[in-house]
Design a binder for this molecule. Sequence first.
Ligand SMILES: Nc1ncnc2c1ncn2[C@@H]1O[C@H](COP(=O)(O)OP(=O)(O)OP(=O)(O)O)[C@@H](O)[C@H]1O
Length: 257
Amino acid sequence: MSQPALELRDLRKSFGRTEIIRGVSMAVNPGENVAIIGPNGAGKSTLFNLISGRFAPTSGEVLLHGQRIEALPPYEVNRRGLARSFQVSNLFTRLSVFENLRCAVLWSLGYRYAFWRFLSRAKDANDRAEEIMRMIHLENRRDVAAMNLTYAEQRALEIGITIAGGADVVLLDEPTAGMSRSETSHFIDLMLEVTTGKTLLTVEHDMGVVFNVADRIAVVVYGEVIAFDTPEKVRADPKVQEAYLGSVLAEQAAGGH
Ligand SMILES: Nc1ncnc2c1ncn2[C@@H]1O[C@H](COP(=O)(O)OP(=O)(O)OP(=O)(O)O)[C@@H](O)[C@H]1O
């Protein structure tokens, strides 16, 4: 068995007296595509914040390729190969597609600290930005300001920015939120294409996407992972049906979201 790409060991987080993450342990294999689902307020975003270094856990461990990272700041976690996108847009709205990508590449290379190195390696950064732009199919929108892109294009650009530094573990927070059915299906294809070979964790509310795309699904309810298994097993799990899926699937079948 290979070493997990990402492992959580009895992770806990309290805000004040309230324990929000209540002993989460899970191991994600290299190249695996894991969806995290659960009711609003269950702690999914908090879990992402703990993994990506935005919050320090109250106790427990986070291991990236076997190395503990729970005490590291986000930029250091990022440097070690874990990147995260946000629910709220992370784009420089007045900069073009290409400029946004180039900023992300330069940032990931650490050139913000050394201007002379920046100059000597600027061509590499430009080449990499062009390459990512092609990967996310935005080469025809190269010089368009991010604020003038369609919503789906903005989300594609965000994925490009997230992977710009070459991270091999990628966390995406609600990547298809706010998209129409057809936008979602295009976007999922793109997401899978650009993250091929990478370990992918998504927080996702669209159960159609989750059950079609994920290798395994972690169900978070009230700060605990109550199930972490293949889509078939999670769907059939009575605990999951009772705590979450029963009501959500009924709601989505009725046309809600
Ligand atoms: N910085 C914070 N300080 C205090 N409480 C917080 C903080 N961040 C989150 N919480 C609380 O932790 C709980 C879990 O929130 P979280 O955003 O992680 O849930 P979620 O599963 O991502 O929900 P959603 O699906 O609505 O995004 C909520 O009750 C929230 O109010």
